[in-house]
Each structure stands twice: as structure tokens, then as C-alpha cells.
Design a binder for this molecule. Sequence first.
Ligand SMILES: Nc1ncnc2c1ncn2[C@@H]1O[C@H](COP(=O)(O)OP(=O)(O)OP(=O)(O)O)[C@@H](O)[C@H]1O
Ligand SMILES: [Mg+2]
Length: 234
Amino acid sequence: MNKAGEASDEVLILDDVHRRYGDGPAAVGAVRGVSFGIRRGEFVSLVGPSGCGKSTLMNLIGCLDRPTGGRVLLEGEDVAQLTDDALALVRNRRIGFIFQTHNLLTRMTAQANVELPLMYAGRPRPERRTRAQDMLGLVGLAHRASHLPTGLSGGERQRVAIARALVMNPSLLLADEPTGSLDTTTGLEIMRLIESLHAGGSTVLMVTHDMAMAARANRVLHMRDGVLVNEGEP
Ligand SMILES: Nc1ncnc2c1ncn2[C@@H]1O[C@H](COP(=O)(O)OP(=O)(O)OP(=O)(O)O)[C@@H](O)[C@H]1O
Ligand SMILES: [Mg+2]
């Protein structure tokens, strides 16, 4: 049992999570009471129509945003209650986030981009270099370490983003349409990489529009109009 008393193999627990944007009659209930858990080592996908609240939910789980109601427990800790500084620390240490677009810093090499979370964490330079090199090796890009993002293909950029997301060894890897801006072949390569990370022990939550991709997870969550509508095996 952990601090909150939940079984500790649950990396993530959402308990009646809400996110409203705005006030009064113009308010939008983007997430309207979502509850689920993810166990350590699970690979879960989240699907649903455009605008149903998937990214809003991912941003809440990834500590980029705060719920307007309910609890988000990450390894038993209610992140909704944390200060901004504490939240930034959780983002750095416990969450790896991959977006549809890679979000790399364009003036920095692949290596420097992957080192960034280690810089924020104040890790010494030799450790940063070794760890970033290891991560680039893991995603098959050791030979591209000194390239700028502009000198990389879309799939390679996404691999660098994945290496950066993993460099702090996060408890949870969040991927919001990681193949959404890639062609089919490159998208499949990234999908296989995510699967191999899962096989290596990573806990993954992935949003996708592609049902074939979603079905490759252990479990598929279906979202509609701000709520989960059902849940089952792929
Ligand atoms: N900052 C915001 N302010 C107001 N409304 C917002 C904001 N962000 C999102 N919304 C609204 O919340 C709802 C959910 O948006 P969200 O981006 O979570 O959907 P999504 O499921 O990720 O869609 P997509 O598949 O197109 O990425 C939408 O109606 C959207 O217009
Ligand atoms: Mg979205």
C-alpha cells in the first residue's frame, strides 16, 4: 500500500476527473467524470472522436493542466493538490510525454535535446552524455546524435522525442497521437518502437485515431463527449 492506500501496482488512478473550460453558459465540460486505473507494465490505448476530450485528459494526467474536479493519483500521490513547482518536478521525474508533433528544440542537436530533462534535473554532464547516448541507441539513432532536428526525417524526430521522454526513466509514458503526423510506414515503425518499450517494462497510455494501432494495446478505453463509454479487450 502507498500513501493514498491504493494497491501499489497501480501507476495511475483517475477518480471522477473533471475539466471545465470557462464559466457560465459558455463553459465547456471537456472531461466530465472519468475514472480508471493503469497498472505497472500495462499498455493502454485511448480512442474516441475528435473533440471528445482525449488531449485534455492526457494533459491532466501529464501534469500540464489541473482538473476542476476529482483526483489524479500518480503512484498514489494526488497531483491535483501539488504546487506548480512540485508539479514541474513530477513532470520531469515521473512522466514521459510524446506529442503528435515532436516538440524538439530546433537549434539543439538530437543529443542536446535528449539531455534536456537531465539538465533540468541537475544531473552532472558525464551522466547526461552517457544516458542520452544510451537512449538514442535504444531508439536506433546513435548515428544521428549530432544532427539538428531539421536534418532528421519525421520518424527520426519522433524517435528523438521518444528518447527524450524516456531519459528520466519515467513511471508512465504518455503518447498523444504519436503517429498522427507520420506516413503509414513510419507510423508503424514508431508503433513497433512503443511496443518494444512496453515489452521492456514501460507503462504506456497512448491516444490514437487508428483502431488497428489501438488494438495492439492490452486494453482500449473508449471516450465520447468527455466520458468513458466502455472498456474492453481489443
Ligand atoms: N483551452 C481550451 N479552452 C476551451 N475549450 C477547450 C480548450 N481546449 C480544448 N477545449 C475543448 O474541449 C473539448 C475537448 O478537446 P480535446 O482537445 O481534449 O479533444 P481531443 O479528443 O483531443 O480531439 P482531437 O482528436 O481532435 O485531438 C473540445 O470541445 C475543445 O474544443
Ligand atoms: Mg487531441
